[in-house]
Design a protein around this ligand. Structure first.
Ligand code: ADP
Length: 154
């Protein structure tokens, strides 16, 4: 199974989009295995955005991510899950993101872009581990799995 981390960023929380965003992934058929509201600190943001540490907007993105609590979710699914979640989220810049994607439907910014989603299977595993303790993740049977996937896709 693939795991992926989705964050509802401070703008999504402030704008009342938490339910809408959770609903999109639920309706897609993904399995929610972790969910919590949390305030982020420099330590977690320094590791989460380590790939952006040399960018001029690094300090601003960290301030933005600390401007309100965020909602962290861990989702699980069969082959292609990480990529499917990125497709639902849309490209980085809300102004350019296609209608139908979360960023395209709700955003006008390349910085305040509503959600984060892991960009690879490896990052999905490591980011879920960064944001969730083992006992905050739930291993359970989703009974509709046989209706969502063909046998070789689960
Ligand atoms: P994504 O979130 O689409 O995977 P990146 O990993 O490149 O994109 O960047 C992480 C986050 O940093 C983006 O979601 C956005 O909030 C912010 N960001 C990226 N590029 C810029 C930029 N040029 N100016 C300001 N903020 C940016």
């Amino acid at each position: 199974m693939e795991k992926t981390l989705v964050l509802v960023k401070p703008d999504g929380v402030q704008r009342g989009l938490i339910g809408e965003i959770i609903g999109r992934f639920e309706k897609k058929g993904l399995k929610l295995i972790g969910l919590k509201m949390v305030s982020l600190d420099d330590a977690i943001l320094d590791s989460h955005y380590a790939h952006l540490s040399d960018k001029p907007f690094f300090a601003d993105i960290k301030d933005f991510m600390k401007s309100s609590p965020i909602v962290a979710m861990a989702w699980e699914g069969g082959r292609g899950t990480v990529s499917a979640v990125r497709i639902l989220v849309g490209p980085t810049k809300g102004q350019e993101a296609p209608a139908g994607t979360i960023r395209g439907d709700f955003g006008l910014s390349g910085s305040n872009n509503i959600v984060h989603a892991s960009d690879s299977i490896e990052n999905g595993e490591s980011e879920v581990g960064r944001f969730f303790l083992a006992d905050e993740l739930f291993d359970y049977e989703k009974t509709v799995t046989a209706h969502i996937y063909a046998k070789d896709e689960r």
